[in-house]
Design a protein around this ligand. Structure first.
Ligand SMILES: Nc1ncnc2c1ncn2[C@@H]1O[C@H](COP(=O)(O)OP(=O)(O)OP(=O)(O)O)[C@@H](O)[C@H]1O
Ligand SMILES: [Mg+2]
Length: 284
């Protein structure tokens, strides 16, 4: 996926590729292909964005790569102790938020884990819209800026998929100044005590400095790459801006050539307990 000539950092990342290939679906097509929306408990899933196929239709072919991703993350959870995982990408619209939501859903449902989806994207928060949540509340921004607001008061249980969510709350003009407050770190520390996994949705790596602060508090970072969209140079630049010790993998999103790619074996590398790369193989 990435050549060694891209940059020293890109070739380092090549060693950590997990290889998740998720076929893009046009919104209009998705609703016609997916089976009628199920009702889970008393809640309808009608407000959930149709491209979140792994949540809406877990047995669909498109959900399979997320199952693989969930499995790889679960391995990293037990071995090097990965608990707080950031999801970012080089630029806008690569699929960070969709990946974060789908991964939270898979981990909660298939790994019976206590999962928190934390929206640290305070510029353009979209999780409420994607999940059909109508009253976002004070959210993360509120809890950081008003220390009298407890962590518990901004957590909401998202019943249909059995994970908890802390939404961004109100959008902020300069999130960097808010995220660098010690209160953000304290909230994440608190989250660690209550959840097996905290999946953190973040802003893009390149235009903004927000991720540099977020990185301090997370155990690992997944970088989403939009197939046929993210320029290689931009990816190399984005990887250069991250802490290489935090990078756990790359996720290729919106890949139309999934079937072709699935006909080939691919390799992934993950960090082992002693921090050294551990080689694995997955073939289809
Ligand atoms: N696998 C996919 N297949 C089809 N459409 C997708 C896929 N992933 C994301 N999209 C679409 O791409 C757009 C951007 O997705 P998303 O909001 O997840 O990206 P993002 O990287 O979080 O964006 P931003 O930088 O604005 O926060 C949305 O319209 C979403 O519906
Ligand atoms: Mg987003």
């Amino acid at each position: 996926m990435y050549t060694r000539s891209s940059s020293a950092c890109a070739s380092e990342a090549q060693n950590r590729v997990m290889g998740i290939f998720f076929k893009a679906r046009k919104k209009a097509d998705a609703s016609s292909e997916v089976a009628p929306l199920p009702e889970v408990g008393s809640k309808s899933l009608a407000g959930v964005a149709p491209h979140l196929v792994p949540l809406l239709s877990p047995t669909a072919f498109e959900a399979e790569p997320y199952r693989v991703l969930g499995h790889l993350i679960a391995q990293l959870h037990t071995e090097p102790g990965l608990q707080v995982l950031g999801i970012s990408s080089p630029s806008m619209g690569d699929g960070k938020t969709s990946t974060a939501i789908n991964l939270a859903g898979i981990l909660a449902q298939e790994h019976a884990a206590r999962v928190l989806l934390l929206e640290a994207e305070l510029r353009r928060p979209l999780i409420a819209e994607y999940l059909g949540i109508t009253h976002p509340g004070a959210g993360l921004a509120g809890a950081i800026l008003e220390p009298t607001l407890s962590f518990d008061s901004v957590v909401r249980h998202y019943q249909p998929f059995n994970f908890d969510v802390v939404l961004a709350g109100r959008a902020l003009a300069s999130p960097y100044d808010v995220l660098k407050l010690p209160r953000f770190g304290a909230l994440l520390q608190e989250a660690r005590q209550h959840y097996d996994y905290v999946v953190v949705d973040t802003p893009p790596l390149l235009p903004f400095a927000d991720c540099r602060v977020i990185e301090r508090w997370i155990d690992g970072l997944l970088v989403v790459v939009a197939a046929h969209q993210t320029p290689r140079k931009l990816l190399a630049e984005a990887l250069d801006s991250t802490d290489p010790t935090k990078l756990v993998g790359l996720v290729l999103n919106k890949d139309d050539h999934q079937a072709l790619r699935y006909s080939h074996a691919y390799y992934y590398y993950a960090r082992s307990a002693n921090g050294l790369p551990k080689r694995g193989r997955s073939s289809r």
